[in-house]
Design a binder for this molecule. Structure first.
Ligand code: CS2
Ligand code: MN
Length: 349
């Protein structure tokens, strides 16, 4: 059995650990310390405190998502070695606290990106959506508002500086910079007993002309081959990879057997070229065939943590879009039920 987990953002989360502990079948937490800059070491004490909070409930702290990676590392500037060492120190401390999986991403500047963070579905629920034409038409000189995905706002001038700095960084350079990072960090992860789990880019294509390199079977295989160690692993996010109709998710899961240390399950409806809306996990309009995804995970004997990724905002719930309690709890019951059904069918044949 995989281990069903839920993401918890800490004491300021509108969803409490108690809420999560009341969702049947949830056994673990995906934790973080919000608002940490990439030049600060996460201490063993930080991790132990988080662990204690979680373990006050019948839950375990299974994953940290995410420790941020400095832009200097992604750009490969001369400041990167010191920042990589800070990251390594956090990994060592995670290992000392006995937390086994670290989810991280290598997306330049922005984390997950949407063009609408309050799209209304036909059922009246709210979700995030992405429309590539809207992204292309966006006038960056106006700056970018602080939104859930952008973590903080940027003025037009700040955006200009960022774009200038990234002008020299094409996909190949970004890949080289990720490889440089992995060659230094994976040995530390091995010694510390912390499995690295790279999150795919969301969406998995270039936005605002910035390179994005974690997007399909070939690009991921190439990254895993840089350091051929199980500690150089992957977060398999069906929400990110499932927005590209060319990605065959069950085949990718089979291909990356042994290297997947964390699974994010989300459904998306494709609404045009490079455009999508997030929808309920069980929605038949989705591009993600969740039973097939779970079957593939069973086929590779996946026993690691799995969480529902974003859910809809339903029943009047407010708070962090995508991370409400209600729809994620519904998703968990769906994922658990499908998983059990598949497992039973396999055993009885
Ligand atoms: C997003 C991100 O797809 C997702 O899960 O909600 O927060 C993502 O988890 C991080 O970018 C991973 O580092
Ligand atoms: Mn995800």
């Amino acid at each position: 059995m995989m281990k069903i987990t839920m993401r918890w953002f800490g004491e300021n989360d509108t969803v409490s650990l108690q809420n999560i502990a009341q969702v049947p079948v949830v056994r673990g937490i995906v934790g973080t310390i919000e608002g940490r800059d990439a030049d600060v070491v996460w201490t063993q004490d930080d991790f132990e405190k988080l662990k204690q909070q979680v373990e006050a409930y019948p839950l375990s702290l299974d994953v940290i998502e995410s420790i941020p990676i400095s832009e200097e590392i992604k750009k490969g500037t001369e400041k990167r070695d010191a920042l990589i060492e800070i990251f390594c120190e956090s990994v060592r401390n995670m290992g000392k606290a006995g937390i086994p999986v670290l989810c991280y991403n290598f997306m330049p500047v922005f984390d997950w990106m949407r063009t609408d963070i309050k799209f209304t579905l036909a059922d009246g629920s709210f979700v995030t959506s992405y429309n590539h034409t809207d992204m292309l038409n966006y006038d960056l000189s106006k700056g970018l508002e602080a939104r859930v995905a952008w973590i903080r706002g940027y003025t037009g001038d700040e955006i200009q500086t960022i774009m200038d700095e990234y002008r020299q960084i094409d996909e190949e350079r970004l890949f080289e910079n990720l490889a440089y990072f992995l060659r230094r960090v994976v040995p530390v992860a091995e010694e510390s007993g912390v499995r690295l789990a790279l999150h795919p880019d969301d969406p998995p294509w270039s936005i605002f002309g910035l390179p994005r390199i974690v997007r399909d079977a070939d690009s991921i295989q190439r990254i895993l081959d840089v350091v051929d160690s199980p500690y150089n692993g992957l977060t398999f996010c069906t929400g990110s990879l499932g927005t590209d109709p060319d990605n065959n998710l069950p085949a990718m899961i089979r291909q990356f057997a042994g290297r997947i240390h964390f699974a994010h399950v989300r459904n998306v409806e494709l609404t045009g070229d490079k455009s999508f809306v997030e929808i309920a996990h069980s929605d038949a309009k989705g591009n993600v065939d969740i039973p097939q995804v779970l079957q593939a995970l069973q086929d590779i004997h996946y026993t690691g943590p799995l969480r529902p990724d974003h859910g809809r905002m339903i029943w009047g719930e407010t708070g962090r879009i995508g991370y409400g309690l209600y729809d994620r709890a519904l998703a968990i019951m769906y994922l658990y039920g499908v998983w059990q059904g598949l497992a039973t069918a396999t055993h009885s044949t």
